[in-house]
Design a protein around this ligand. Sequence first.
Ligand SMILES: CC(C)(COP(=O)(O)OP(=O)(O)OC[C@H]1O[C@@H](n2cnc3c(N)ncnc32)[C@H](O)[C@@H]1OP(=O)(O)O)[C@@H](O)C(=O)NCCC(=O)NCCS
Length: 156
Amino acid sequence: MQYRLYHPADFEQLYAIEEACFDSVLRFDRHYMKQLTERASSVTWTAEWATEESTRLAGFAIVEWTRMLRGIVAYIQTIEVDPAFRRRGVASELLRLTEDSARQAHATHIWLHVDETNAAAIALYCACGYRRHGHHPHYYQNGHGAEIYAKPLGKG
Ligand SMILES: CC(C)(COP(=O)(O)OP(=O)(O)OC[C@H]1O[C@@H](n2cnc3c(N)ncnc32)[C@H](O)[C@@H]1OP(=O)(O)O)[C@@H](O)C(=O)NCCC(=O)NCCS
C-alpha cells in the first residue's frame, strides 16, 4: 500500500469510497466533499493499492485545523477505507499521517465525531489512543447521536 497526499485527479475514486462507506442520507455531497479537500487549512491523505496493471484508491482521510483561543486544534472530517481493504491497518496508517500533518500545523489536539453505533470506527480510535470526551445527541441525519473522541498530539 502506498500513502500519499491527495490530488484533484483522485476525486472520482475518493467519492466512490464515500459511496461505498455511507448510505446516501449520511454522505457528504460531492460539492461539499470537494470543498473539504480544497480548504487551505486541511490535508487529505490517500492510500493507494498498485498492481502491475492498475492503481486503485483504497482509502483516505481528511483533517483540517482551526485557531482557537487556546491554540490550534485539528478536526478529522472523515476517514474511510474501501470495504475490500479493511482490517489491514490502512485506517491506522492514515490516522498516523493525519496526526503528523496536524502536528506540523502546530495543532495541540485532534478530535472528531463518530456515530454512536459505529463500532468499527470507535474501536479504531480507541486502538489509536483516542478517548471519549462527550456526546452530541441527534447529530446525524438518521437521528443517531455522535460520540466525541479526542487525543492530545504531543510530539508523536
Ligand atoms: C472504521 C474504518 C475506517 C477502519 O478501517 P480499517 O482500515 O479496516 O482499520 P484498521 O485495519 O487500521 O484497524 C485498526 C484497528 O481498529 C479496530 N477495528 C477496525 N475495524 C474494526 C472492526 N470492524 N471491528 C472491530 N475492531 C475494528 C481494531 O482494533 C483494528 O486492529 P486489528 O485489526 O489489529 O484488530 C473502516 O471500517 C471504514 O472505512 N468504515 C466506514 C467509514 C467510517 O465509518 N469511517 C469513520 C467515520 S467517523
